[in-house]
Design a binder for this molecule. Structure first.
Ligand code: ZN
Length: 322
């Protein structure tokens, strides 16, 4: 099995710089796929050096966006990685990082991984990292729905240019990000170092001004599923909810403790990633990011269709005195 990390973020957010600085610290990486509109960018060379030091191959998907007009190139590149993995890496987990163009929609790449029969059984989406410009992020988040959409899907959010931004600016940006995605881990990054960032409520709250009349109502809900959750029940339920409400259940991710062991299960819109055995990064709960869907409604549905996730409390012992 090959685990895939997607790294995305709006144009100029500093994706490549961050990736080049942290490539070595992410554990072994077999391949870095870089998607660039231009045929060969400067960023590319920076990353090529870093990939070389980390022992990773680098492949470029150029001349268009890898989630749409160059999707076939991305498919071929990933299929080639699967072939190589079978030849040389059998028995160990592989790791591929895909750096998308700034305009890519991560859901489309998740769909490719889900729908291609070979990729579906060989590549598991593990983590979605979204990189946000630490200097200009709040303005972008206020004015661009596409950037907000990326942030709501992320597992990890990196605020770049932390060496140039003031602490209060970064804190306010972190608060805006937390509003959009309360469950993602957020760090600040600058000059090759990452550090925690404490969200600070901005004195003037953000107004997202391009949402139109239907302002988004983003909420998150998390629940710890009982051990012995039936995978069949959970998979059927998740599939039904994702198909019926891809715009309302934006993302789900976390641990499903089945009788056969814990699984890391995640979905992005209508796409459900192939489940993989859960490790420590899976956390202990399932987290759901909802848009215009009340957590109580989702919980009622989950309790109805996945009763095995909510084992009945043990009967209280009979009172020996009574
Ligand atoms: Zn695209």
């Amino acid at each position: 099995m090959i685990e895939a990390t997607l790294v995305s973020g709006f144009l100029g957010a500093g994706k490549t710089t961050w990736l080049a600085a942290h490539l070595g610290s992410a554990g072994p990486v077999d391949l870095v796929v870089v998607n660039d509109f231009a045929d060969e960018g400067v960023d590319h060379l920076l990353l090529r050096d870093a990939a070389g030091r980390a022992g990773a191959r680098i492949a470029a998907v150029v001349g268009g966006c890898a989630c749409c007009e160059r999707l076939e190139d991305l498919r071929r590149t990933l299929l080639d990685a699967v072939n190589r993995h079978h030849r040389t890496g059998a028995g160990r987990a592989g790791h591929v990082i895909v750096e998308t163009s700034g305009l890519a929609e991560p859901q489309r790449i998740a769909r490719l991984l889900d729908q291609d029969p070979v990729l579906r059984t060989n590549v598991a989406l593990r983590t979605l990292v979204i990189v946000v410009d630490g200097l200009d992020g709040r303005r972008l988040l206020r004015h661009r729905a596409a950037v907000r959409a990326q942030v709501t899907l992320a597992d990890r959010i990196v605020l770049t240019r932390a060496d140039l931004a003031r602490d209060d600016e970064l804190g306010e940006l972190a608060a805006t990000v937390r509003r959009l995605n309360p469950s993602a881990g957020t760090v600040a990054s600058g000059l090759g170092h990452e550090r925690p960032v404490v969200p600070v409520e901005p004195p003037v709250p953000d107004v997202f001004d391009d949402t139109g009349p239907e302002a988004r109502d983003l909420r998150s809900w998390s629940v710890r599923l009982g051990s012995g959750t039936s995978w069949a029940e959970y998979a059927l339920w998740l599939d039904a909810v994702c198909r019926a409400h891809p715009q309302r259940l934006l993302r789900s991710k976390g641990r499903v403790p089945t009788a056969d062991g814990p699984l890391l299960v995640q979905s992005m819109g209508a796409e459900i990633a192939r489940p993989v055995p859960a490790d420590d990064t899976a956390g202990t709960s399932m987290v759901y990011i909802l848009d215009g869907l009340a957590p109580e409604v989702l919980e009622r549905s989950l309790r109805t269709f996945v009763p095995s996730a909510f084992p009945a409390r043990p009967e209280p012992a009979a009172d020996p005195v009574a």
